[in-house]
Structures are given as C-alpha cells and as structure tokens.
Design a protein around this ligand. Sequence first.
Ligand SMILES: [Zn+2]
Length: 224
Amino acid sequence: MTETKLFMDHFYILDDGRVRQFLIVGEDEALLIDTGFPDSHVYEAVQSITDLPVRVVLTHGDMDHAGGMKDFGKCRLHKADWQLIKDGAELEPLQEGDIFQCGEYCLETLEIPGHTYGSVAFFDREKKLLLPGDSVQKDGPIYMFGMHRNLDLYIESQRKLCAIADQVETIIPCHHDYPIGPEYIERNLEDAEALRRGELPGEKHPFMPCFSCKGKWTEFYYDK
Ligand SMILES: [Zn+2]
C-alpha cells in the first residue's frame, strides 16, 4: 500500500515502504517522478491526490521505478534504459538538459549513468533540491551488480554531482533515509572509489547473486 505525504509546497512523497516516488502538483498538470513496483499501485495513490493530467518521468528503468508505468501511458526514460522495459508504457526519450517545469518547480535532467546506463537525476537549482534516484543514498545498499550496471561510470557520475554539491541543500533518494544532505554525494564517491580499488570487504549475500560490500558511509551490492 503506497502512502502519500505532502513534503513541501505542492510536492508529495509516495512511499510503500520499499521505494518512493515524487508527485508535484501544478496548476493544470502534475509531474510524477517514478512509478514504483507493479504492485505499489502508484496510479491509485496519484489519483487520491489529484485528477489533473500527469506527466511521467523516470529516474531509471529498474523494476521498482518503472513497474507502474503502464498505468500512465506515455513515460520519459533515458534511451539507455529502454532495454530494461519488457512491456507497458509508450516510451519517450529523456536526456541531459531536459527541463520539466511544474508549478513553482523546475527540474533539470542530469545524466548520471552507473547504477544503470540510463540513470538520471533531477535537479531544481532554485530550490536546491536533488532527486538522484538510487545513485545517492545514505547507508544503501546501492545495487551495482548485474549486466546493466557500471562502477566506473558510477564513479564518474558521482564526481559530476560533486561539482554541483555546493548548490544542493536537500537530497531525496528513492530508498532508505530522507532527506539527506549534499555531503552524501562525496561520501558515496569515497566509498565507490574504495570499492573500485578492492578495499571494501565483501560478504556473500544470502540469496542474491552478489557480495555485500560495506564502505564507511554506504553499502554496495557488487559482483566482481
Ligand atoms: Zn531502486
């Protein structure tokens, strides 16, 4: 069951305890960021807040973010993640610099490949708000195992986010604690670099095909 909460003016957080989405309600349309698992019933949660037409954008194509897409029709998703989508919505491309204006919010798309090849963050410069999908998290785990992930690109993308960290006040990841501060960008980078150097001890995950590698600040599920 997805619960809804007004987090700040016209900005709702939808959360089923596993993954969260964001809904901005403007004057004549709403903007939804991510759609949850197929059984998160995000469409119903959105309907409980607004009956305005809803534009949908996705932070990336993993199933816990794209699972409810087909209920909404058209969705914007970075082309590098289209291969992850098996059925459902009509996809439209999303890329660096795409701007989504809704009410007093203005979200700019930043490509941050690594967690998936098509991962993006949405950044509101005026509100100093960053929605990084799964790519910045406190504690983790950040999934970095499987064919569609790339640790080197992840590290590059964290460096790109570090460059704007001084313009960020609030980060709302899709999993675990929120809000978190901009210091977590550098913290995740520090841990990812240690992982890359083979310095994080890994423990075999009890049921997933990966190792749990704990850094100083966050944890990665990694397979190399
Ligand atoms: Zn996720």
